[in-house]
Design a protein around this ligand. Structure first.
Ligand SMILES: [Zn+2]
Length: 465
């Protein structure tokens, strides 16, 4: 996420209750109602791992009604007597597990508790189909801002970071359960529906259009996205990389899409040189007026909340969200407390871009950021434990980028950039932690980094150089 350009509990882990069924039968128990996420205890669930979401949506921007049918393919990580999905609001019409009707109930803010007709054995692949409808309600969180399914003047945009996904589909809403996604989105003819990944085509009949999209690479639910509206669209294919770029037709001026596409491609080429091969099979971007005050690194195709007619976002914003395709999307912190691994490096990519283009060097930008007085806000938080309400605070970005720079200084350019490439290649498609990053950096460089991490990552206050 990036904001500055536009606008200046204990883990829930239900005890595993073993229910003896009969001699020799596998034991079954309920999956946990949480995923061990400290900052957002209700997010995610235990007992299974999702491999794929097949999401079918039909949206009417006049009545604001959403009708959904989602097929989840998952693997049981324990014998399951029942399990939870996350879903906020909306009316569940039916639930089936492996094709058989299942019982369900709604509890708490976002728990859909599903009891299949019979227990699911540990290790078994199973499917869940949930049919639902209703008017999705966006989340307005103070201080984390607006997220989820957000109605716009001509459609809707779904932005999920950190916990908006459950406002529009049933989901295991934790960054650590990545899956592939298929989308089929039906909208009134004349509107365009965009999601993550590769565009598979559009069919129009009886006044409605169905747009199909596919994200083949593993994706965290917080990075999934839908954008529906009147868009001007540009599709290009250069060197095998498909790009799909869309601008709200009320904002677009002639030539703007081409410029935006060209910028995206040149930034991706440069980032690939620094970070290694681009991790996805398509790219692009979306400019739309969503009124959330931020840009988001939705996987494969960032969304910029935007209202400046004929203008594209500034380079540093485009660089930031595209850098996240590596730091955040391909390699994703399993827990929200480690979000500096995203924001620090995406911000550092901005510094590097400025340096590359003849502006201030990264060293000069570090010096500038570091010159903040000892009582400045930027020194008040702990990078690896910012606290629930502070995951998007400026210090996560600035102290994060400063930490990246200190690491560069400690290791030297050759080792530092080699480390970044190796870390991203090794972690591709997976989830990580700050501890793993430090251990990896130490192994890669052969240097002991405890002192650097202790000062910059695990303690508040202005570190001594
Ligand atoms: Zn960001």
């Amino acid at each position: 996420m990036a904001a500055p350009r536009l606008f200046a509990a204990a883990a829930v882990s239900a005890a595993l209750v073993l229910v003896p069924v009969s001699a020799g039968a596998a034991p079954f128990g309920p999956g946990a109602a949480g995923s061990g996420e400290k900052y957002f205890p209700g997010m995610g669930n235990g007992g299974y791992d999702v491999a794929h979401y097949g999401i079918k949506l039909d949206y009417d921007p006049v009545s604001l009604a959403l009708t959904g049918r989602v097929k989840i393919t998952a693997t049981a990580k324990q014998g399951l007597s029942r399990f939870n999905l996350d879903l906020r609001g909306l009316l569940v019409r039916s639930v089936a597990v492996d094709g058989k009707a299942a019982k369900w109930k709604r509890t708490g803010a976002q728990e859909l508790v599903i009891t299949p007709a019979k227990g699911i054995p540990d290790g078994r692949r199973f499917t869940v189909v949930v049919a639902y409808d209703g008017k999705p309600a966006q989340i307005n969180d103070d201080p984390l801002g607006s997220s989820g399914w957000i109605a716009t003047s001509d459609g809707a945009v779904a932005l999920n970071q950190p916990f908006g996904a459950a406002t529009w589909f049933p989901v295991n809403d934790t960054p650590k359960d990545k899956a592939s996604y298929d989308f089929a989105i039906t909208v009134p003819q004349g509107l365009t529906a965009i999601a993550n990944g590769d565009f598979l085509g559009r069919k129009t009949a009886k006044g409605k259009s169905v747009y199909r999209w596919r994200m083949k690479q593993p994706m965290s639910s917080e990075l999934s996205m839908v954008a529906i509206g009147k868009y001007k669209v540009l599709r290009t294919n250069t060197g095998g990389l498909e790009s799909y770029t869309a601008i709200d037709s009320a904002l677009a001026e002639s030539g703007q899409l081409k410029k935006y596409d060209k910028k995206t491609r040149s930034v991706l080429r440069w980032l690939s040189g620094r970070f290694g091969a681009y991790p996805f099979t398509s790219t692009g971007g979306i400019l739309d007026e969503v009124n959330v005050g931020y840009s988001l690194e939705t996987q494969g195709r960032p969304v910029h909340d935007w209202n400046m007619k004929g203008k594209n976002p500034p380079d540093d914003l485009i660089v930031h969200e595209l850098a996240h395709q590596w730091f955040g999307d391909s390699v994703t912190p399993a827990k929200w407390k480690d979000i500096w691994l995203n924001e620090g490096f995406a911000t550092y990519a901005e510094w590097m871009w400025t340096e590359k283009n003849g502006g201030a060097t990264a060293a000069q930008q570090f010096k500038q950021a570091y010159s903040a007085g000892p009582n400045a806000d930027v020194w008040k938080g702990v990078l690896a434990e910012p606290g629930r309400d502070h995951i998007f605070d400026n210090f996560v970005y600035q102290r994060g980028a400063m930490t990246a720079h200190r690491l560069r200084v400690a290791l030297g350019d050759k080792v530092f950039f080699g480390l970044l490439k190796s870390w991203l290649a090794t972690g591709k498609g997976g989830t990580v932690s700050t501890k793993e990053f430090q251990a990896f950096a130490e192994r890669y460089s052969g240097k002991q980094l405890d002192a650097l991490f202790a000062k910059w990552v695990y303690k508040a206050g202005k570190p001594k150089l």
